[in-house]
Ligand binder design. Structure first.
Ligand SMILES: C[S@@+](CC[C@H](N)C(=O)[O-])C[C@H]1O[C@@H](n2cnc3c(N)ncnc32)[C@H](O)[C@@H]1O
Length: 202
């Protein structure tokens, strides 16, 4: 479907995503068709020691679809980019794993989400984490900066997936790791749904 998108379609998808995540930043509960918040964190097998002392508002704002940390480890001192960081849960877990010598940058399209993530960072007094407004398709990160790019529930929302994945590759060091959790279609959509732009952000 990406190839068939006009510029107007792309703009509409982007506007709808911004609209939805401005809403989610205020009240995530009830916005998704899968478990979010602590229920999602537990169901996806995040190790409790990583997050048990996080404030409730940090946990409640989690809306990832998988557990990127189940795909590989983050080591002390590593640099990590969280693409589509939302309100910051994964980035804050990564900061804990990377430790005082590590560095984490969370990037999100939605300024409201970035604001939430910054508030969560302040509440946790987490050092060496920055949250920036930006797009998966044009990451505000230098070439070959990151040991790890992680992402959770975001690439399905990007209108140019190839460009977004090239960006992840650009910011990774040679030999860096991409830990990516996302939703995929396992069979074609019924014809009456296949062309609907609102499938992007439901
Ligand atoms: C399902 S939420 C997941 C948030 C976060 N990763 C988590 O696990 O809680 C999707 C996030 O992707 C962001 N997003 C959507 N399209 C994006 C894009 N093209 N570039 C960067 N972020 C994007 C949304 O603003 C939203 O915060």
């Amino acid at each position: 479907m990406t190839a068939a998108l006009s510029n107007l379609d792309r703009q509409l998808v982007r506007e709808k995503i911004l609209e939805k995540y401005a809403r989610v930043a205020v009240t995530p509960a009830g916005c998704f068709q899968y478990p979010t918040g602590v229920e999602g964190i537990r169901a996806l097998g995040y190790e409790e020691e990583w997050w048990q002392d996080f404030p409730a508002e940090v946990l409640n704002s989690f809306c990832g679809v998988g557990n990127p940390f189940s795909l590989g480890q983050i080591h002390p001192g590593e640099k990590v980019v969280d693409v589509g960081c939302g309100a910051g849960f994964d980035a804050l877990v990564a900061a804990r794993l990377a430790g005082s010598e590590g560095e984490v940058v969370g990037v999100d399209l939605s300024p409201e989400m970035v604001g939430r993530a910054q508030a969560h960072q302040a509440a946790l007094a987490a050092g060496r984490v920055r949250f920036l407004a930006g797009e998966a398709e044009a990451l505000p990160v230098p070439d070959a900066w990151a040991d790890v790019v992680l992402s959770n529930g975001v690439y399905n929302l990007t209108v140019d997936k190839e460009k977004a994945l090239r960006e992840a590759y650009r910011v990774l060091k040679p030999g860096g790791r991409l830990l990516l959790a996302d939703m995929v279609l396992v069979r074609p959509l019924p014809p009456e749904q296949a062309d609907r732009l609102d499938n992007w952000h439901r």
